[in-house]
Design a protein around this ligand. Structure first.
Ligand code: UD1
Length: 422
């Protein structure tokens, strides 16, 4: 397995281009299953999770062609000849469950493996299933698979999510586009990825209103047609690279970054004494006045502070002046990066859903292990500011969600290299 070696100490200066959002792309890709005409995505990120979704769609009979070095995905679901999403692919990535709604809506039937366990908590898919049942589907769980039947066609309904779920909102929104009549989704997720999906579906002929608010209304249509859609910039990659100069000092411009994608996060950076400036090309971040200051952070659904930036924010707070409390409200067991950061000299006390971080003046490089996608990048960020060498192993997690991380940080002066496993 590859590892990444970071030698810390230097300030970062330069610019980093922000890729299309992994999480948006992972829901836009299954949308191809809704139509027999081509769907083309531009600004796609080049990541192993995208390759996994391509493999899953191909296993169902869709064609996925990568153009322009993988930044354009040309897809066609003209000939869907398999309605079973196999465990061998689904187990690699939870987002695979997002083929269930589209397959069911288009083909009337689907068999999708349950995603199984995950490093950051139980993460069930019950809301996805309850929403599809509300649209009239019959679901049978056996042998680790969901066997779904649309009983002659899905029907519009009012469905209220008991709590916000990004994936369940996406799955049911896609299914509702081809259901008979009107669907009203209440307490829907408001993430930019949902807005991006709704905009793409509308280009395909869907009738959707209210995306970005808690109530989304969908008027079902008979068929959807082809479209071309650019994937929204990745707000988590953006936030991650905004934290790099905040941690090391220096100044980095994140190209393509937009403030409305990271509003709550920017407020916390500001509180911590980090400068964020909107430029014509993106967002410029600088730490000019000594150490960052401690801030308290609570993760929440959008527009709140994203759980996917909690680990990286913790890396900043490890060397901030004072004591910060981080509260994780979306996932249980999402502080697995804390013991690794402590190996680097951080002072962190985890108690249930809270972590108290008392800033130290300097971290020290150490061998550490990545436990999940966002945890792995938080260790790289911490390594950039640490004294000496940090070796992050198990970086396959990183490759699921960050393209060319060594090149992007290296171009700003970071000393970072990948050691390929023999
Ligand atoms: C998506 C993102 C992930 C991000 C998360 C929260 C993708 C591919 N992944 O994950 O990076 O961290 O949103 O912003 O877009 N839950 C249930 N039952 C369900 C569904 C969810 O109990 O049927 C729970 C989850 O365990 C979690 C919470 O609801 O505690 C929120 O999860 P959800 O918003 O669904 O996250 P994902 O869509 O899986």
């Amino acid at each position: 397995m590859d590892s990444i070696v970071v030698t810390g100490g230097g300030a970062l200066h330069g610019e980093i281009p922000i890729a299309g959002a992994k999480n948006a792309c992972l829901t836009l890709m299954p949308a191809t299953l809704l139509s027999d005409e081509p769907l083309t995505l531009t600004n796609a990120p080049r990541l192993s999770d995208i390759a996994t979704m391509s493999q899953l769609l191909a296993s169902l009979g869709a064609e996925v062609t990568q153009l322009q070095d993988g930044q354009v995905l040309a897809m066609s679901s003209h000939d869907i000849d398999n309605l079973t999403a196999d465990y061998e692919i689904v187990r690699k990535m939870r987002a695979s469950i997002l083929v269930l709604g589209p397959l069911l809506a288009r083909a009337g039937r689907a068999v999708v493996s349950l995603p199984g366990g995950c490093a950051i908590g139980a993460r069930p898919v019950d809301l996805h299933l309850r929403g599809l049942e509300a649209l009239g589907a019959t679901l049978d769980l056996r042998d680790g698979y969901v066997h779904a039947d649309a009983n002659g066609g899905l029907k519009g309904a009012v469905f209220e999510f008991p709590f916000v779920s990004v994936g369940a909102t996406e799955n049911i929104l896609m299914a509702a586009t081809l259901a008979k009549g009107t669907t009203v989704l209440k307490n829907a997720a408001r993430e930019p990825e949902i807005v991006d999906l709704a905009q793409c579906l509308r280009k395909m002929g869907a009738q959707i209103e209210g995306e970005g608010t808690p109530t989304i209304t969908v008027q079902g249509v008979e068929t959807l047609h082809g479209a071309t859609h650019p994937v929204v910039p990745d707000r988590i990659e953006l936030g991650t690279y905004m934290l790099a100069p905040a941690i090391t000092g220096g100044e980095v411009e994140c190209l393509g970054g937009r403030i409305e994608l990271v509003g709550a996060f920017c407020e916390k950076l500001h509180e911590a004494g980090i400068d964020v400036e909107e430029t014509k090309r993106g967002l410029k971040v600088a730490r000019k006045n000594g150490r960052a200051k401690a801030v308290d952070v609570t993760t929440e659904p959008f527009p709140g502070f994203p759980t996917d930036l909690q680990a990286q924010m913790m890396a900043l707070l490890c060397t901030a002046e004072g004591t910060s409390v981080l509260e994780e409200k979306i996932f249980e067991n999402r502080f697995m990066h804390a013991p690794e950061l402590m190996r680097m000299g951080a002072n962190i006390d985890v108690h249930g859903g809270h972590a108290t971080v008392t800033g130290v003046e300097r971290l020290r490089g150490a061998p550490v292990m990545a436990t999940d996608l966002r945890a792995s990048v938080s260790l790289i960020l911490a390594g950039l500011a640490a004294e000496g060498e940090t070796v992050v192993s198990r970086v396959y997690h990183l490759d699921r969600g960050y393209e060319r991380v060594e090149q992007k940080l290296g171009a700003c002066g970071a000393r970072i290299e990948r050691i390929q496993a023999a």
